[in-house]
Design a binder for this molecule. Structure first.
Ligand code: RIB
Length: 303
């Protein structure tokens, strides 16, 4: 079984479904409100577990009802939490999310996620040494992200750095990551570059292998220095929240099959994930992904 370690955030998502986003100062009547599990780390852990991996999550929840609810939910998904902390005080991380027309706007309050420490990563050294891949994002302290990338590099375990939410990162760290997986917007921020610059040119400036996600337009990666495009899959979008997390999880789970196949399956898993409201609601199982890819007519191919 593929073993994945995720280092990242656990949030309660407060989701409002509306016809459109309100303008500053405007009050709108919306259609629906729900409270669901989220956080980039937890989402990636759940997505990888549904795809059949053995998953451990290194994170933290607060001493509140949300924390206990999220902890229970992760355990029910089969995620190992032996390296996740239940803090004696403080709030669990939260995200206020507005969904309109399949797009979203998100405000994150880190809460307990701000206390995911480099020491937690160091204590998980033997777990990480046995992993097939490590996933890390940026809703936790940057020194913990750095510790993860450095430890993975030292142990020779592939680390996928998902730079979300984005901020400029030192080139020295990027060199240590096995893959960095920004979307187009995050790529420009990561490099402190002009967002209008062609993304293929920006990809050449990343000092490690890069897999760029482009939503319904699929993904791009480099092979022998050349940019390669994996086309996206046309699906009806209810909520794109968590699609990037599903993509990253699938990339990690299928990495051993080679990058082209892993990117293809990651695009398929992400497409399947957007059909339901809530980050984790639409995340597919391994059977869902394989069945759906087989059912496509004409069969998709690499482009
Ligand atoms: O990537 C989606 C996630 O971002 C949401 O679940 C929300 O919690 C924010 O962390």
């Amino acid at each position: 079984m593929t073993r994945i370690v995720v280092v990242g955030s656990i949030n309660i998502d407060l989701v409002t479904l509306a016809d459109r986003f309100p303008a500053p100062g405007e009050t709108l009547l919306a259609q629906r409100f729900l409270t669901v599990a989220g956080g980039k780390g937890a989402n990636q852990a759940v997505a990888a577990a549904r795809l059949g991996a053995e998953v451990s999550l290194i994170g933290a929840v607060g001493d509140d009802t949300f924390g206990r609810q999220l902890w229970q939910g992760l355990r029910e998904e089969g995620v190992d939490l032996s390296h996740t902390k239940q803090l004696a005080e403080g709030d669990t991380g939260s995200a206020s999310i507005t969904v309109a027309g399949g797009e979203n706007q998100i405000l994150v309050v880190p809460g307990a996620n701000a206390q995911v420490t480099p020491a937690q990563v160091t204590r998980a050294r033997s777990l990480i040494a046995r992993a097939d891949a490590v996933l890390v994002q940026m809703e936790i302290p940057l020194d913990t992200v750095e510790a993860t990338v450095r430890l993975g590099h030292q142990l020779g375990v592939p680390v996928i750095l998902n730079p979300a939410p984005a901020q400029p990162l030192p080139s020295a760290w990027l060199q240590l990551a096995s893959y960095v997986t920004p979307n187009q917007h995050e790529l420009a921020i990561l490099l402190d570059a002009d967002p209008q610059e062609d993304f293929r040119a920006l990809m050449q400036r990343v000092p490690c292998p890069v897999v760029l996600t482009r939503g319904r337009e699929g993904a791009w990666y480099r092979r022998h220095g050349e940019p390669i495009h994996q086309t996206g899959y046309a699906v009806d979008v209810v909520d794109s929240t968590g699609a990037g997390d599903t993509f990253n999880a699938a990339l990690a789970v299928f990495l051993a099959e080679g990058l082209p196949q892993a990117v293809r399956k990651a695009c398929a898993a992400a497409a399947l994930s957007v059909g339901k409201l809530g980050a984790q609601a639409g995340m597919p199982s391994l059977v869902d992904v394989e069945t759906w890819l087989t059912s496509l007519t004409p069969p998709d191919r690499f482009s």
